[in-house]
Write a protein that binds this ligand. Sequence first.
Ligand SMILES: Cc1cc2nc3c(=O)[nH]c(=O)nc-3n(C[C@H](O)[C@H](O)[C@H](O)COP(=O)(O)OP(=O)(O)OC[C@H]3O[C@@H](n4cnc5c(N)ncnc54)[C@H](O)[C@@H]3O)c2cc1C
Length: 383
Amino acid sequence: MRIKIIGSGITGITTAYYLAKNKHQVTILDERRYPAMATSYANGCQISASNSETWNSWKNIRQALKWLSKKEAPLLISLKPELNKYHWFIKFINSIPEKEINTLETCKMALNSINLYKIIAKEENIKFDMIEKGILHIYKKKSELELARKINKIYKSAGLERWEVNKNEIMNIEPSLSDSNIMGGFYNTTDFTGDIHKFCIELSYILENKYEVIFMKHHANNLIEELNNTDIIIVCAGIGSRKLANSIGDTLPIYPVKGYSITINNPGNNSPWVSLLDDEKKIVTARLGEKRLRIAGTAEFSGYNTDIKWDRVRPLIRWAETNFPNINTEDIKPWAGLRPMTPNMMPIVQQSKKNRKIFYNTGHGHLGWTLSAFTAKKISQLI
Ligand SMILES: Cc1cc2nc3c(=O)[nH]c(=O)nc-3n(C[C@H](O)[C@H](O)[C@H](O)COP(=O)(O)OP(=O)(O)OC[C@H]3O[C@@H](n4cnc5c(N)ncnc54)[C@H](O)[C@@H]3O)c2cc1C
């Protein structure tokens, strides 16, 4: 079939891969000049089944309300009136009862994806600064650690092998960490990290040269117009998916949830190699080779803007300097991206209700790097 994919982020690139391997004739459209220049550019780089917990909880709502006027808070909601945002939050609250089942489902998808990425990387010989040292979650509050124990039971039933570690064990796993205030943590060795942008660029090169996929710079406005000379369209447009779906009368509840990252160049010897996740601060780290350390996180509900604000970058630098007192932070590159987030945190992998030639693989929120190999394979099987 002649298949058009809209969007060349991680969801579009992996979808193209499975379809092109099945001998479909694939074209990828993107309004940007190069692949993976939007949210798949400089994220947290974790492929993490251990971050499958959905955010739907009254605790998070209460926390967000407490932080409303704090510019440096890990979770920030702009007070600017916006109808989409209000609808989204109502759905978010309505999804609180599904938290456990959705967390379980996400963890299963993530575990599947981990295997698929390893197969793709091996078969296509993709180098993307992959580091297989597992992911260590750290906790500085007893209440957070107790919550983590509950969530770990769900992960366990999904098949993730992950165990509790005490302060001494944490220091052995990642000796560059400052141990002050650490209560305990959880560790697993199957999750891994790698540069999402490098992966997309390398795979897009293979798609073009080995699988004859065509890349076109083009802004899509209307899905019916795009169907010209095409059997099927798959929308993988991240935060642009909602508007495209509207053009045929479908409603996708995707809201752009902003996050930040800093890339620390030459962080020195006293910086981490094991990937970390600080649940309370909503911050993750990933080592990208000898010379780069990525630190990412925070969530902001403030519409479609990627402006980089110092108030939001500063907490990431401070977090790095607090947890790694001897790290070198002379050379830092900040970035901001928009997570395509659904209210129940589950990706949308389905055929359109309005037009049988149109499919969606989008809405991957905070876990798009982790889940894309799985959802790409799933949508290609559906087609
Ligand atoms: C700070 C931060 C940290 C994160 N850390 C992690 C992590 O550690 N692990 C993890 O699993 N996930 C993480 N994520 C989430 C992950 O990065 C995203 O879920 C993922 O990149 C989304 O990929 P995508 O392909 O859906 O969207 P994108 O990468 O945004 O790609 C969509 C593409 O569609 C194009 N497009 C949109 N509209 C149109 C149109 N009308 N016409 C043509 N082209 C269009 C855009 O130009 C873009 O290239 C993080 C996100 C952020 C912001």
